[in-house]
Design a binder for this molecule. Structure first.
Ligand code: COA
Length: 352
């Protein structure tokens, strides 16, 4: 439960990431406790059953322009799922739980289909024998990687799942507070997450690592960026002023991808950037900094990194929406006006 004075609990997410699979974390966020074996089994069955999407929705992807960012495709698909759901306006807990599971199950199917459609490839149907993370790789690439890679992906989902009143979650809560439907709230949250100051940073991190190209260029690149007063993506945080507690866990698992691929370059460039930034400005990396290169080493295209964030954060958003609706009050901030004093309205013909 969140309240205005809630602090982000530091460090526990690393324990969850190490010890639990993402489905357990999704259950925890939806119901407030980690599941027992039986509860997890029922929950996983429901999620697996809900994975397929309608032929109508699949056909829509063919109309998206080739330049479409997958975040926009996801946002459109969420609206479409809302139009298909005749229970969309129900705000009781049971209906919200059903819609949450539906979104959790269907968004990876949407994303994988969009990913393949852009490459001119046919969608791959979800496989109910695979866990959440395995199934996502299966639907994107037609094969499931080694368990070590699956664990790194699963860890990233756990670390991305929930983060108090960040911009996208707040957006979702504002929309829900009007008693709009959950699909509208999630679609708005996706729009907020897309920006590079929020979730979009994991894509920008990879672009800058590629721009730097070689460890030998990293220090000079960072010093120049700071001299030019550029915002370096993947660094800084509104809440974590002395380091993001999710970073050590994600970094540990990103390094496992280095072991898997034998490619040390991105980790070496990252390390130099991190050390230089901390030394020069005392600003620490955030979760997007190690997550970007981890996804790249898994073989994903860069513009799918933020959408992957969505298929995880959907759990946090829906938990917040449920909490908001359980004791709803319209979120309507006041503002302090600092413009002109009140002026008379001059008729148009007298305004010159
Ligand atoms: N690169 C360079 N300088 C940075 C920086 C970054 N990534 N993040 C913060 N700073 C500097 C600012 O330039 C500012 O310096 P100044 O006081 O000399 O002007 C100071 O640190 C405070 O930054 P500010 O932008 O006011 O902090 P904020 O709390 O408003 O912003 C972020 C937080 C996340 C928006 C900001 O750190 C940022 O833009 N980071 C890059 C985007 C990113 O990685 N987003 C993902 C967040 S999880």
């Amino acid at each position: 439960m969140m309240s205005a004075d809630t602090e982000i609990h530091k460090g526990l997410e690393g324990v969850l990431a190490d010890q639990c699979i993402f489905e357990e974390v999704a259950y925890l966020l939806q119901f407030g406790e980690l599941p027992g074996k039986k509860e997890l089994d029922v929950f996983a069955k429901q999620e697996r059953k809900q994975r397929p999407i309608s032929k109508d929705l699949l056909s829509v992807f063919g109309y998206f322009p080739p330049s479409a960012h997958p975040m926009d495709a996801l946002q459109t698909a969420v609206s479409f799922l809302g139009m298909e759901d005749t229970d969309g306006w129900n705000h009781d807990e049971t209906s919200l739980d059903k819609m949450t599971t539906k979104l959790l199950a269907k968004l990876p199917t949407v994303l994988a289909a969009v990913y393949r459609s852009r490459k001119g490839e046919k969608p791959i149907a979800p496989d109910a024998n695979l866990c959440f993370s395995e199934n996502f790789f299966h639907m994107c690439f037609g094969k499931v990687p080694d368990p070590a890679t699956i664990k790194v992906f699963d860890v990233s989902l756990t670390l991305y799942a929930e983060h108090s009143f960040n911009a996208s979650t707040f957006t979702g809560r504002v929309i829900s507070s009007t008693l709009s439907d959950i699909y509208s709230a999630v679609s708005g949250a996706i729009g907020a997450l897309k920006g590079p100051l929020h979730g979009g940073a994991n894509e920008e991190v990879m672009h800058l690592l590629i721009e730097i190209g070689e460890p030998a260029r990293a220090k000079a690149w960072m010093l120049k960026a700071l001299e030019e007063k550029r915002k370096v993506m993947g660094f800084g945080h509104r809440v974590y002023l002395s380091g993001d507690s999710r970073v050590p866990t994600m970094k540990k698992y990103m390094l496992k991808m280095v072991e898997q691929t034998g490619n040390k370059k991105w980790a070496e460039i990252s390390e130099i950037l991190e050390q230089t930034m901390i030394r020069e400005k005392g600003i620490y990396p955030n979760l997007d900094f190690p997550a970007g290169p981890a996804y790249y080493m898994m073989g994903f295209d860069i513009d799918i990194f933020t959408p992957i964030f969505v298929i995880s954060r959907i759990t946090g958003w829906c938990a917040h929406i449920k909490e908001q609706l359980a004791a709803n009050r319209l979120i309507r901030p006041l503002c302090h006006y600092v413009g002109h004093a009140q002026r008379p309205v001059t008729p148009l013909e007298n305004r010159g």
